[in-house]
Ligand binder design. Structure first.
Ligand code: FMN
Length: 210
């Protein structure tokens, strides 16, 4: 039951106290995100870790001046591939085959089917597919942070286009998806810290087909 206790403990921290998260905890959270499952194992995203105070100051207005951006010690930016190129997909399979000691052409049929599937999508649909994969890693990072008793605020509240421009993400073929500032809650200053965690009742969320 400890995962459930950790998920009860965590909340979308509104005010952080500026204390720095130790690097080993950050690494743990990043490794959990790296281990996330993704569609066909493509992991079509990158996680950018920002600790530079000047850059965090610049990101702050782009994230509608949410204070967690500047009070966190580390800001994780989940940025997904803007499209699935042949080079990207082939690169994943090449790496997988090499790591598993398989011939270079292993999984070729599957890889070609995937390329055909992505080829039938618009670039927007491809980017949306990649972003969904980034969300899986994002969710696992949130859970890992809770397990490590590190506060984190999942964030979509920012101007994606402006952040992409600020970080020159287009040149890297990436689009920002979500933000995850890491830090420690300000017990005295956060209006949300002692509020009851509220979720929709199970009866509305879960149904069974037997
Ligand atoms: C994808 C996503 C985007 C969110 N964006 C923001 C945000 O920009 N700022 C913020 O303070 N909280 C944000 N939240 C936090 C949610 O409001 C919060 O998770 C939800 O109300 C449940 O509360 P809890 O996380 O405290 O349990 C976001 C959460 C998710 C999952």
């Amino acid at each position: 039951m400890s995962l459930l206790n950790d998920l009860q403990w965590r909340y979308a921290t509104k005010k952080m106290n500026g204390q720095a998260v130790p690097q080993d905890k950050v690494d743990y959270i990043l490794e959990a995100a790296r281990l996330a499952p993704t569609s066909s194992g493509l992991q079509p995203f990158e996680i950018i870790v920002v600790t530079n105070k000047e850059l965090l100051q610049q990101i702050h207005p782009v994230a509608f001046s949410q204070t967690q951006i500047t009070d966190a010690s580390h800001l994780l930016i989940f940025a997904a591939w803007d499209k699935y190129t042949e080079e990207r997909v082939n690169g994943v399979f090449k790496h997988l085959n090499a790591e598993r000691g398989l011939p270079e052409n292993a999984g070729d049929d599957y890889r070609n089917r995937l390329l055909g599937m992505f080829g039938g999508m618009t670039q927007e649909q491809q980017a949306a597919h990649a972003a969904r994969q980034a969300y899986i890693a994002f969710g696992i990072a949130i859970a890992a942070a809770a397990e490590q008793k590190i506060d984190a605020t999942p964030m979509e509240g920012f101007n994606n286009a402006e952040l992409d421009k600020l970080l020159n993400l287009e040149a890297k073929g990436l689009k920002s998806v979500t933000l995850l500032p890491l830090g420690y809650r300000d017990e005295a200053g956060d209006w949300l810290v002692n509020m009851k965690k509220v979720r929709r009742p199970k009866e509305l969320l879960i149904s069974e087909i037997k």
